[in-house]
Design a protein around this ligand. Structure first.
Ligand code: FAQ
Length: 328
């Protein structure tokens, strides 16, 4: 699959003699080992390029599809202040998608190709965005847990070996940190409120806890990309390491809110100084990835409709750009 993709990208190194390729690969790995950044014009192994295209485009799609569950509440936010904050947050996610598509484009794939892969189901996006947001408390839970998990995963990506991705992540992480705090603040207000509001907060935590743990990807034994991605310093921690960090940070926050994590097996382990948590339902994870989560179809339908109804905007922008370049 990689080779086909690279032929389409016109990768000339595919046709180099073996010794020359080995030398290029050794120099490339030495650069990574020395913690230097790889930039778009540098030589890179075909598989490194394809791994980045997969990961960055999946990440970009996640940001764009991730606008939908929260966008659902913009028209029904409980106050003007909450509405303004939510609009700003959803707009930030759109911006993150735009930086990430640009970072992926530096690897030789076009935005049109990536969008086509999303809309035809060839490309994945994060499993988490296939869950519904039936109450306002879900907006708090998304900010607190989903953005919280996203930050845990993305802070190390600021040190990723690929320069454009690492640099995009710096700004994204700053914004995600504001998003996480606004979510936690929504949860705090609900938890200080009436019994009904506290119940809403608990139900939202019950809905989002396990899907948030799944965001970190399959466990290490089943993560086919982690080993190589760590050697290339695309990933700095394994899926399980990041998931554990997230649990360790989040459990005390839930205690502070007076909420119960929906996991009977959750217990602090004095020896390891980590929380031990119960088994994740990997069958559910695989079902969601295969397109059978609660909202997969709705999400893709919404993206297709947005793409089709936005066609005139893209045409107008291109016509305007052509006109401007003639005037130069
Ligand atoms: N959902 O071998 P691994 C956000 C796929 S942004 C769907 O472990 P890897 C902001 C994986 O691609 C959230 N697919 O893969 C926001 C691979 O696919 P393949 C997104 C998943 O890459 C907040 C296969 O499974 N963040 O939330 C998932 O080493 C609020 C095997 O997995 C990023 O994308 C999943 N959860 O590790 C927006 C961060 N997990 O090759 C709006 C960047 C795995 O079979 C509102 N990405 N897969 O086609 C990463 O760090 C990594 O790609 C991982 C997966 C950790 C997600």
């Amino acid at each position: 699959m990689y080779t086909q993709g690279l032929d389409a990208l016109g990768d000339e190194s595919l046709h180099l003699p073996e010794e020359q390729l080995a030398e290029l690969e050794a120099r490339f790995q030495a650069k990574i080992d020395a913690d230097e950044k790889i930039e778009p014009k540098d030589w890179m192994p075909a598989a490194y390029r394809m791994t980045l295209i997969r990961q960055i485009s999946q990440h970009a799609h996640s940001e764009i599809v991730g606008m939908l569950p929260e966008g659902n509440w913009i028209s029904r936010a409980p106050s003007l202040k909450r509405k303004c904050v939510l609009i700003a947050k959803v707009q930030d996610e759109g911006g993150h998608g735009a930086y990430l598509y640009s970072a992926a484009e530096t690897l030789g794939i076009s935005r049109e190709q990536m969008v086509e892969q999303l809309l035809t189901g060839k490309a994945k996006y994060s499993s988490i965005f296939n869950y519904p947001t039936p109450s306002w408390a879900d907006i708090g839970a998304i900010g607190w847990l989903v953005d919280g998990a996203a930050i845990m995963n993305q802070i190390p990506l600021c040190r990723c070996s690929y320069g454009p991705y690492a640099r995009a992540m710096v700004r994204i992480c700053k914004e995600e940190s504001f998003h996480q705090r606004q979510g936690f603040e929504i949860m705090m207000r609900l938890c200080e409120g009436s019994t009904d509001q506290q119940r809403m907060a608990q139900e939202a935590l019950d809905r989002w806890w396990w899907p948030s743990l799944m965001m970190f990807g399959p466990d290490d034994a089943n993560s086919k990309h982690t080993g190589q991605s760590m050697r290339w310093k695309i990933k700095r921690f394994t899926n399980d390491e990041l998931r554990q960090k997230f649990v360790d940070v989040t459990v005390p926050q839930a205690e502070f809110l007076g909420l119960n994590i929906p996991d009977d097996a959750l217990v602090w382990n004095e020896e390891t100084e980590h929380y031990h948590f119960g088994p994740i339902d990997w069958d559910e994870f695989q079902r969601v990835l295969a397109g059978h989560g609660p909202c997969n179809q709705e999400r893709i339908r919404a993206r297709i409709e947005a793409h089709e109804s936005g066609a005139w905007v893209r045409e107008a922008a291109l016509a305007n750009a052509a006109k401007q370049s003639k005037n130069l």
